[in-house]
Structure formats: structure tokens, C-alpha cells
Design a protein around this ligand. Structure first.
Ligand code: URA
Length: 202
């Protein structure tokens, strides 16, 4: 299908393809610059995201925004953030395989339209789908591989960092690796932004 980004978004916002439609408050389509070269992919909306219609807006999202800001990335400017599943599974249970199957086409179409040069998977579920079905975050975080011409990396999910703050320095190393990859592959991401020295962990 050759839909525009806006056509895809409109279709997704009224989606009734799976039972999650009945319990959602909002479809959480994605946020950011659809022209960005850098895309982040999470698992699916939680309670706050469902209520606000935007990915990563709870405490985990605030932590993510601080990590992003430390490497001069901003969801309203030079990145795009999406999820594998667009509607919140009740009580934050994992999405059923059938729900993922019904929904994943939206993400695939987002990727085709946005054409990112870099994809960062936030957490195991997204990394298992995008990178390697046996992905182990603790072992493989921060490792870059090129797939279908896109540089991809998996890192810790922000909610996992809230549960285990000891991993924050490792996650921050991954963000520094991301910054280097951006400077190598798509430096225009930082166009108009003055990069000041070595970033500090927030
Ligand atoms: N966790 C996710 O994976 N995505 C969100 O949007 C929020 C929490």
C-alpha cells in the first residue's frame, strides 16, 4: 500500500483490527519528526501513554527524554518514536501474538515511510522482533548491526532502568555510541545544534 504518513496515521487512529481497540482510550501512533533519520521503537503503550495518546510519557518516558537530551536528541525535533503495538493491553499485560500480528503492519509501514538510517530498539521485546529473536539486552545492548541498509541497536527499556538504576551507566554508553553512529551515518540530525564537548550522564 502506498499511503502517505498522514493517511497511515488516520487509518491507524480508527483501527478495530484486534480486541485492544475496545479497551483503549487513545491509539498511540507515534511521535516526532517523520522526516527524521533516527527512529526509536518501544513495545507498546502503558497507562499514561493510553491516556495521552503519545509514546513514553510516564516516568520512563521522562528518563528517556533526559538521556535523549544528553546526546542532543529531542522527540519534537530530530527523532521519531514508535511502538510495536499501538494500543495498551489491559493491566499492562504482554500483547498476545495475534495482537502483535494485527498491529505490526503499521510499524512496518511507518518504517517504510520514514526511511530511518538508524533504529534503536528500546527493550528486549522490540529488539527480539527487529534484531534477533534471542536478543539478550544485558549481553547485546549497544551492539550495532546493519539490516536492510539500516543501522540497528538494542538498549535497555527506560522502565527497566527505573527498576534497576545500576544499568543507567551502561544505557548511557549506548547513547554515546548512538551519538557517534549519528555523526558517522546521518550528521544532519544535528544540523543547527551546537554540540558541546562530551555529554554527561543525566
Ligand atoms: N513502554 C513502551 O514500550 N512504549 C511506550 O510508549 C511506553 C512504555
Amino acid at each position: 500500500m502506498n499511503r502517505s504518513y498522514e493517511e497511515l496515521r488516520t487509518a491507524c487512529l480508527s483501527c478495530q483490527n484486534c480486541p485492544l481497540a475496545a479497551t483503549r482510550h487513545h491509539v498511540v501512533f507515534g511521535v516526532g519528526n517523520p522526516q527524521a533519520d533516527v527512529m526509536f521503537i518501544g513495545e507498546g503503550p502503558g497507562e499514561n501513554e493510553d491516556l495521552q495518546g503519545e509514546p513514553f510519557v510516564g516516568r520512563g518516558g521522562q528518563l528517556l527524554d533526559r538521556f535523549l537530551a544528553a546526546v542532543d536528541l529531542d522527540r519534537s525535533r530530530n527523532i521519531y518514536i514508535g511502538n510495536m503495538v499501538k494500543c495498551r493491553p489491559p493491566k499492562n499485560r504482554d500483547p498476545e501474538p495475534a495482537e502483535v500480528e494485527q498491529c505490526i503492519g503499521y510499524l512496518q509501514e511507518q518504517i517504510r515511510l520514514i526511511q530511518p538510517k538508524i533504529i534503536v530498539c528500546l527493550g528486549r521485546i522490540a529488539a527480539c522482533y527487529m534484531l534477533d529473536k534471542n536478543f539478550k539486552v544485558t549481553k547485546q545492548h549497544g551492539q550495532w548491526i546493519q539490516k536492510d541498509g539500516i543501522w540497528m541497536m538494542g538498549t535497555f527499556h527506560p522502565a527497566a532502568l527505573l527498576r534497576n538504576p545500576n544499568n543507567k551507566p551502561l544505557a548511557f554508553e549506548d547513547m554515546l555510541g548512538l551519538r557517534n553512529k549519528i555523526l558517522e551515518v546521518c550528521p544532519d540530525t544535528y544540523a543547527g545544534i551546537e554540540l558541546l564537548g562530551l555529554p554527561q550522564m543525566p
